[in-house]
Design a protein around this ligand. Structure first.
Ligand SMILES: Nc1nc2c(c(=O)[nH]1)N[C@H]1C(S)=C(S)[C@@H](COP(=O)(O)OP(=O)(O)OC[C@H]3O[C@@H](n4cnc5c(=O)[nH]c(N)nc54)[C@H](O)[C@@H]3O)O[C@H]1N2
Ligand SMILES: Nc1nc2c(c(=O)[nH]1)N[C@H]1C(S)=C(S)[C@@H](COP(=O)(O)OP(=O)(O)OC[C@H]3O[C@@H](n4cnc5c(=O)[nH]c(N)nc54)[C@H](O)[C@@H]3O)O[C@H]1N2
Ligand SMILES: [Mo]
Length: 764
């Protein structure tokens, strides 16, 4: 233990030490972190907040009437129940569904971020439980983060991890990049966060170092603050979801002025003939030139031409935020940036090329660890049925109906029981009023939660779990060298139990205790997981502290691999010896495979496909629903940093003064955002950092319907997902499109309803 009595721990938003001073929880960032995140300060108030769930609860309607579709989900009372009784009840219900429908009747996708520790990782726990005790579950594939890019990348360039995670490092940006063209920016609020934890926030320092060396930054984004001030970026505001048109026009200028790297395209790419015929208008009669793009993107044609010429002849890094593909036709900007970068010949160069998603999360732009860190083995899932993750409402509302996905036509699984641990669909999913309908259709909804999220409030069986500070774990990521011995900082809240303890007790009741636990206690598992890293260190002849030493020291620094540029560097060096893992082994400017799927909304080369979701007289503003600065998603929304970011308890919506004035809106006013799908309140802030025609409301405020009994009721707190569209990116990837939608905004003049999101629901 450190002399100050604080103990080490880790979170998605940073490593830290914590402990008690005068009865108060104190959280101090890790001493090695040059730029720690304020999100850490959500912990102290959150730990014992009334929003925590104190004991197991069962929804009254489910208890009285048994499993079945029920429109009282989300508005019912809860009956407290003792642990033994609720575990008996749940084990019986799981066995019922398994016997009647097989594991095919259970949806265990359980998407969500939960906490940084690798053992108590809730999604791994629930998957392992369902696999080892029931034979599997209907799963979900891909992520809300990168739904479109994950599917298109392997067709055209390589697996997403090779392009996002093992490509250009921040060190290389600091040392080599001369021009960074950032679509959607690289906001520091976003790289505050990483899967498995992040011990050093290096992005600000590396961008500042690059700038000090003379590197220029160009920001293409609707928001000025998507790059930090240190970059001194030139801001080119762009109409949301038109980047593909801009990139096409940049490509057109390059091609028509003979500025593109023809040798690179000939040696490393396939499909130039088909793509250039489209670009130049030979195939459809429309040249994608600067004059064509200007009105679409909202920039002057000459500014586009100037930008195109500026990209040539220097070490260029093209970066693109995940956000661009979380939108209608989200595959297209991902693909078109690949083509643009290829035309500039920059792939695989130090500090150059295309690093999709650099800056979107802290685990990108880093060196790879030279030794593995273990995760909990999940066992075998025997169920074949799956959904692309964001098709949850479609699945629950349309069982058996066909859907398209990546060249396949598949039926939506017929799910009876939904089991969620470690995610919050009422945070992450779109069109929440539709999601409510979907959750009403299932027979049973089980949720493990630390707090009364809207997801918990819709569940039939709610099991209170410990939060990370209340258990021991190991924090590690494949791109962060610090492995943290996460000590227990506080005893469990009320009757909360670890996810692992709950699953162990259920496994026992289902006669599968040994299969789930392998006879290991949590501490045994930590030793087992640490042992994997220890063995790998020893095999390299490196110092491998014992588990006891690791626990006492609180951390171990892992060796990292060379900054080798990954498969894109190897490919550049020798494309014959190191072909890309695409069908042709090259960068695919045209994909015969994708063309063969015959999708109108994702043709065989990147294309400008006019979006259907565009402003109208009724919904004239574009809403950017991006990541919140004050928290990770919806997590600890009741904590201090998140609460301090709100005004009158509401999430803050930014609007340009030119859009606020005609609506009579001033900073600090409560406003109502609305469209055909729903409505929410927010507090307005006027800002010229938001381009005209755009409003920005981050995600994360807990869904809080004014009248839970009324469908489509106003969310009084500011959750933008009551406004977003529940539509896939295209038939190819079916990714989430939650980043953008169209809305109207007006000043709210009624009596301000209270925020009740953090008050537990009524008890029967
Ligand atoms: N409109 C719009 N929507 C979006 C996005 C957007 O840009 N716009 N972004 C999307 C993206 S990229 C993502 S990744 C998703 C994120 O969506 P989620 O990952 O679902 O969001 P979180 O709030 O992180 O949910 C984690 C939940 O786990 C709970 N939890 C924490 N620790 C534990 C634990 O130990 N055990 C259990 N059982 N539970 C625990 C937390 O209380 C929280 O409710 O949202 C997506 N939604
Ligand atoms: N603090 C904090 N950090 C986070 C998270 C969090 O919840 N809180 N979530 C993490 C997760 S899971 C993920 S996946 C990443 C997501 O990373 P991103 O998806 O990159 O993050 P966002 O903040 O949603 O979007 C980044 C910016 O893209 C811009 N943008 C939106 N639409 C367009 C467009 O059409 N064109 C252009 N050029 N720009 C556009 C917006 O101005 C927005 O601010 O963030 C991670 N980082
Ligand atoms: Mo994400």
């Amino acid at each position: 233990m450190a002399p100050d009595g604080l103990l080490p721990h880790s979170s998605h938003w940073g490593a830290f030490r914590a402990g008690w001073r005068d009865g108060k929880l104190v959280v101090v960032p890790h001493g090695g972190d040059p730029d720690p995140s304020d999100i850490l300060q959500n912990f102290p108030d959150a730990l014992r907040h009334e929003a925590r769930i104190a004991q197991p609860m069962v929804r009254r309607g489910w208890l009285e009437r048994g499993p079945g579709a029920d429109d009282r989900r989300g508005r019912d009372e809860y009956v407290p129940m003792a642990w033994d009784a609720v575990l008996d009840l749940l084990a019986k219900e799981l066995a019922r569904v398994r016997d009647a429908h097989g594991p095919e009747g259970i949806f265990g996708g359980s998407y969500g971020w939960s906490s940084a520790g690798r053992f108590h990782h809730a999604q791994s726990q629930v998957h392992r439980f369902l696999n080892t005790t029931l034979g599997g579950y209907v799963r979900s594939v891909n992520s809300y983060s990168a739904g479109a890019s994950t599917v298109i990348m392997p067709h055209i360039l390589g697996p997403i991890d090779a392009v996002a995670r093992h490509n250009v490092t921040w060190e290389a940006v600091a040392a080599h990049s001369e021009l960074v063209l950032a679509f959607g920016g690289m906001a520091l609020k976003n790289s505050a966060v990483g899967g498995g934890g992040v011990s050093q926030h290096i992005e600000r320092g590396c961008m500042a170092a690059a700038r000090a060396r003379g590197c220029e930054f160009v920001l293409i984004s609707p928001l000025r603050d998507d790059l930090p001030a240190e970059c001194e970026a030139e801001w080119l505001p762009i109409t949301p979801n038109t980047d593909t048109a801009l990139m096409l026009a940049l490509a057109h200028t390059l091609a028509s002025e003979g500025l593109h790297d023809q040798a690179f395209v000939a040696k490393y790419c396939t499909g130039w003939a088909a793509f250039s015929a489209y670009l130049l208008g030979e195939s459809d009669g429309v040249a994608k030139d600067a004059a064509w793009a200007a009105p679409i993107v909202g920039m002057a044609a000459e500014a586009i031409r100037v930008l195109a010429r500026r990209l040539v002849g220097k070490r260029l890094l093209v970066a693109m935020a995940h956000s661009l593909q979380r939108a209608e036709h989200g595959e297209q900007p991902v693909w078109m940036a690949t083509v643009l970068t290829a035309m500039l010949g920059q792939f695989g160069l130090p500090g150059g090329g295309y690093n999709y998603a650099l800056g979107s999360l802290a685990h990108y732009g880093r060196r790879q660890n030279a030794v593995p860190t273990a995760s909990l083995p999940q066992g075998q899932n025997r169920v074949r049925g799956f959904i692309p993750v964001a098709r949850i409402s479609d699945m629950l509302l349309q069982p058996g109906q066909p859907f398209d996905y990546n060249g396949q036509r598949l039926p939506y699984p017929d799910v009876k029981l939904v089991y969620w641990a470690g995610g919050n669909p009422f945070h992450h999913h779109q069109d929440l009023n539709r999601l409510r309908q979907a959750f009403r259709a299932v027979e049973t909804l089980v949720v493990h939660e630390i707090a009364w999220t809207a997801t918990a409030r819709h569940a039939d069986i709610v099991l209170p779990v410990t939060m990370t500070l209340e258990r021991e774990d190991i924090g590690s990521s494949s791109t962060d060298p610090l492995m943290v011995a996460m000590h227990r900082i506080a005893p469990p809240f009320a009757e909360a139990r670890d996810d692992y303890a709950i699953f162990s007790a259920l496994a026992e009741r289902l006669g599968k205790a040994e299969a789930f636990t392998e006879g290991r206690t949590p501490e045994d598992w930590l030793r087992w997981m640490y042992g994997k890293t220890q063995e790998a260190l020893a095999a390299k002849g490196l110092e491998a502290p014992s588990f006891e030493e690791f626990w006492e020291l609180g951390e171990v620094m892992l060796p990292q691999a060379e900054d080798d540029g990954g498969i894109l560097r190897d490919f550049r060096t020798d494309p014959e010896a190191h072909p890309l893992p695409t069908p042709s082994g090259r960068i695919e400017l045209y994909s015969a495979k994708i063309a063969g799927f015959g999708y109108a909304d994702c043709p065989g080369h990147p294309a400008w496909l006019a979006p259907k979701d565009v402003p109208s007289a009724a919904e004239p503003l574009r809403l950017v629903a991006n990541q919140p600065a004050s928290k990770l998603h919806s997590q600890l929304d009741f904590g201090g940093t998140s609460a301090a970011s709100k005004r009158r308890g509401r999430e803050v919506m930014r609007i340009h003064p030119g859009d606020a004035a005609p609506r009579g809106i001033n900073s600090g006013d409560i406003v109502r955002l609305f469209n055909a799908r729903g409505a929410c309140l927010a507090s307005a802030a006027l800002s010229t950092d938001v381009m005209p025609g755009v409003v920005q409301l981050p995600t994360g405020a807990w869904f809080d319907p004014e009248d839970p009994n009324e469908d489509g009721s106003l969310c009084v707190h500011g959750n933008p997902n009551v406004l977003t569209r529940d539509v896939g990116t295209s038939a190819l990837a079916q990714g989430c499109t939650g980043q953008l939608s169209c809305v109207q905004v007006e000043k709210f003049t009624g009596n301000l309803p209270p925020v009740r999101a953090f008050t537990p629901p009524a008890r029967a």
